[in-house]
Design a protein around this ligand. Structure first.
Ligand SMILES: Nc1nc2c(c(=O)[nH]1)N[C@H]1C(S)=C(S)[C@@H](COP(=O)(O)OP(=O)(O)OC[C@H]3O[C@@H](n4cnc5c(N)ncnc54)[C@H](O)[C@@H]3O)O[C@H]1N2
Ligand code: MOO
Length: 413
């Protein structure tokens, strides 16, 4: 008997390429530095002031002139008159005269005439006069003006990812705003008349909307802004209106459900009329039915994901995550994998790339499959921390095989 013909499906790589060719880097804007965590800098930042902004002490001690300490040592301390007390934030007026010193605190401005700071530990701690038993080098314990950052220096380059350390630097140089590619606003809509808001009573045949909360969390975990609109039914005009209403505030729209071949697959029906959204079968499992294109005058990218929760989540990791990374100006591309030894056996469909759920052990470089193939298995999905990638031509994974694994949750892109 002849082999059944395998339906021609779009490859995972071709689908990702289409997505990445379509989505665009978001236009730069100036945002307050309190709102730029995780964002990408859109232009070089030049320091408008030096750091440190003035010579200051790195220790609690005494500001001294070196000539006064000639020959000082443990058995022959130098004795100096203490003429001032300089706290951080205060200034010593005048010049330090020969034979005198000033008590100085960490971060306080070094007085004119001082050439080094003697740490408290090298002295008897005197307040009227002080005995010093060790001589510092010139400039020792002085943090010199501009020695960290010079005025006019490029301190952060366009393309840098802003995190706590970079935001601290921006604040230190007095920058209130930063030019960044902003957070993509990703609107998440769940279609299906069987869906109920979690917590509300379930009628016969109804289920809780799991996809909306899951995908919104996935968007937020990337540093973009997830906007969960909630459940929209199965009525074509209602679905169309809901999508159009959201375009004003969306940089991307994500829907789940209604894209296979059923009589109520409304997303497919509605968006087919708008023209630019293609509905395809991608050679992957789960996540075969995929819709992608743009909607509205601003050509907002839209992903119409399959309703099955595992399919929707895996689709997010494979396509939406790289798309959001591109919009944010981050490095992007296919998900990276690591090689691991698979403890467990399972089958895989011929001609489709399978993304089996697994528990990855980074120390042992191994992975254990969890759950079965079913795209509804959210209990097992929640236990997983990795996707085991089984190539299209492989139909069996046997115990001890080396497999490629996408590490989820902070495993990098
Ligand atoms: N005759 C065929 N039937 C199906 C095919 C096919 O090729 N021929 N493909 C199957 C595959 S694969 C998938 S994946 C699903 C995709 O279906 P839809 O995207 O049309 O999604 P729905 O039918 O609306 O729902 C599927 C499934 O998921 C549940 N669901 C939907 N939304 C949610 C949500 N927000 N939270 C939790 N669960 C949700 C829904 O109740 C269904 O059980 O089609 C197969 N069928
Ligand atoms: O391709 Mo579907 O996403 O397996 O359930």
């Amino acid at each position: 008997m002849a082999e059944p013909e395998i339906e021609k499906l779009r490859s995972v790589d071709d689908h990702l390429n289409l997505v990445l060719d379509t989505v665009q880097l978001l236009a730069p804007m100036e945002l307050p530095i309190t709102d730029v965590n995780g964002l990408t800098l859109a232009a070089d930042v030049v320091a408008a002031m030096p750091l440190p902004p003035f010579d200051n002490s790195s220790v609690d001690g005494y500001a001294v002139r070196l000539a006064d300490l000639d020959g000082a040592g443990p058995d022959s301390p130098a004795e100096l008159r203490v003429v001032g007390d300089i706290a951080a934030g205060s200034v010593y007026e005048g010049i330090l005269e020969p034979g005198t010193c000033a008590r100085i605190m960490t971060g306080a401005m070094v007085p004119h005439g001082a050439e080094a700071i003697v740490p408290l530990e090298w002295t008897d701690g005197g307040t009227e006069s002080v005995r010093i038993t060790r001589v510092p080098e010139r400039d020792e314990h002085i943090r010199v003006l501009g020695s960290d950052v010079a005025t006019g220096e490029v301190v952060l380059k366009a393309g840098a990812r802003l995190g706590p350390r970079q935001i601290g630097l921006l604040a230190a140089i007095g920058q209130v705003h930063a030019p960044v590619h902003p957070h993509p606003r990703v609107v998440v809509l769940s279609t299906g008349s069987e869906l109920v808001e979690p917590g509300a009573p379930l009628g016969p045949g109804q289920i809780n909307d799991g996809n909306g909360p899951a995908l919104t969390a996935a968007v937020n975990a990337l540093g973009a802004t997830g906007i969960r609109v909630g459940i929209i039914g199965d009525e074509p005009q209602g679905v169309l209106d809901a999508i159009e209403d959201q375009l004003i505030r969306a940089d991307m729209v994500v829907t789940t459900g209604g894209v296979s071949v059923g009589a109520y697959d409304v997303v497919k029906e509605v968006l087919s009329t708008l023209g630019t959204v293609q509905f395809t079968k991608v050679a992957m499992q789960p996540g075969m039915p995929q819709g992608f294109g743009t909607v509205g005058e601003d050509r907002i990218p839209i992903f119409t994901l399959p309703g099955n929760p595992v399919s929707a989540y895996v689709s997010f990791e494979l396509y939406i995550r790289p798309a959001i990374e591109k919009m944010m100006g981050r490095e992007t591309g296919p998900r990276r994998t690591v090689t691991a030894t698979c403890f467990g056996a399972f089958s895989s469909p011929n001609g489709k790339r399978q993304f089996a759920r697994g528990v990855y052990d980074a120390v042992g470089h191994s992975v254990r499959p969890v759950g079965g193939h079913g795209s509804h298995l959210v209990g097992d999905l929640a236990l997983a921390n990795a996707l085991i990638v089984v190539p299209e031509h492989v139909t069996e994974v046997v115990d001890g095989d080396d497999v490629e694994v996408i590490v989820l949750d902070g495993g990098g892109r």
